[in-house]
Design a protein around this ligand. Structure first.
Ligand SMILES: NC(=O)c1ccc[n+]([C@@H]2O[C@H](COP(=O)([O-])OP(=O)(O)OC[C@H]3O[C@@H](n4cnc5c(N)ncnc54)[C@H](OP(=O)(O)O)[C@@H]3O)[C@@H](O)[C@H]2O)c1
Length: 300
């Protein structure tokens, strides 16, 4: 992968996160950390772009020195629709979170599945996608990325559980017969035989209702992942740890999803280090003491 090269040659490469609202995005913190760590002359800022104004903003980006961007709520679907080229991941997930320009044309991908699967592989080495079914709770935008990542990794059966059954059924239709829908009431029974549980709902997030699910039917060696990362250890992850399951937190996904964009824009593949993690943890803890909840979700 090479750095995007359509910025005016005199200007430093700039990227940004586009959202509405965008003030609470942690992407500037992550990319700013890497720019300093690698001594790169570049910039990453926030751009509040109203729904409906994305196309105009995109068109003006190259001449403003932008080599690319992250997109967050509510722009991820619209960005995919406006792109000249989209990766297979973005098309399958139905949303894009990473943009770069090639010869002035907007190219997009979705790095959420990459972020989740990379963090899972690092945190739970030995977990093998082919071993057993995985259960995914939720059928929103993040669930689409997780289901895509799991299927790509070779999971034979994804059990999908969502409060609104029709939304899970729609997701299953898009992803094919390896995704099997169970009702919300069946969620605990559906855990039997699974070696991975992933919460992609907002339940358990600071300020949201708790996620109610007993883990008794889950195999002892199973991995429990929560993509909610405020609090860092959600009640689900705490219960999993107490029961001897391997917990996988949501922060690692957030950090790893940022890697491919940074490499595209600034030409260096950055490392997700303990120092970066500590910096973002400090920010989350400071936000929690102010009473702030999770940031802007799917890319944050
Ligand atoms: N770690 C990361 O990098 C990362 C990345 C992406 C997202 N996230 C987090 O993942 C979460 C979901 O994001 P999203 O973009 O997928 O949101 P979304 O599209 O709004 O989906 C929300 C999901 O939560 C479910 N839900 C909400 N309230 C519920 C309740 N009271 N009972 C049961 N289910 C409920 C919804 O079910 P219904 O369909 O029934 O409404 C839906 O499945 C957010 O907390 C977000 O911050 C983290």
């Amino acid at each position: 992968m090479s750095a995007a090269s359509n910025a005016p040659s005199s200007a430093i490469p700039r990227a940004c996160v586009i959202g509405w609202p965008v003030a609470h995005s942690r992407s500037p913190l992550i990319h700013g950390f890497w720019l300093r760590a690698y001594g790169i002359e570049g910039a990453y800022d926030r751009q509040a772009v109203e729904p409906g104004a994305l196309e105009t903003f995109l068109r003006a980006m190259p001449e403003r020195g932008y080599v690319g961007a992250n997109a967050t709520v509510p722009h991820k679907e619209a960005l995919l629709a406006l792109a000249a080229e989209a990766s297979e991941a973005a098309r399958a997930i139905g949303a894009a979170n990473t943009l770069w320009f090639e010869n002035g044309r907007p190219h997009v991908t979705n790095t959420d599945a990459y972020g989740f699967m990379t963090h899972l592989a690092r945190t739970a080495p030995g977990w093998d996608a082919r071993d057993a079914p995985a259960l995914v709770l939720g059928a929103g935008g993040a669930a689409r990325a997780i289901v895509y990542g799991l299927l790509e990794a070779g999971v034979e059966e994804v059990r999908l559980v969502n409060r609104t059954l029709a939304r899970a059924e729609a997701l299953a239709r898009d992803f094919g017969p390896r995704v099997r829908v169970h009702t919300w009431a069946e969620r605990e029974r559906a855990l039997a035989g699974c070696t991975l549980l992933v919460n992609t709902t907002t339940l358990g997030m600071t300020g949201a209702p708790p996620l109610e699910i007993a883990l008794d039917a889950l195999a002892p060696e199973a991995v429990v992942a929560d993509i909610v990362y405020v609090p860092l250890e959600t009640p689900l992850l705490a219960a999993a740890r107490r029961a001897g399951h391997r917990p996988v937190d949501g922060l690692g996904m957030l950090l790893h999803q940022a890697v491919p964009g940074f490499e595209r824009w600034f030409g260096v593949r950055p490392e997700v280090t303990e120092a970066l993690r500590a910096r973002v943890v400090a920010d989350i803890e400071a936000g929690e003491s102010r009473g702030a909840g999770e940031s802007d979700g799917a890319e944050a």
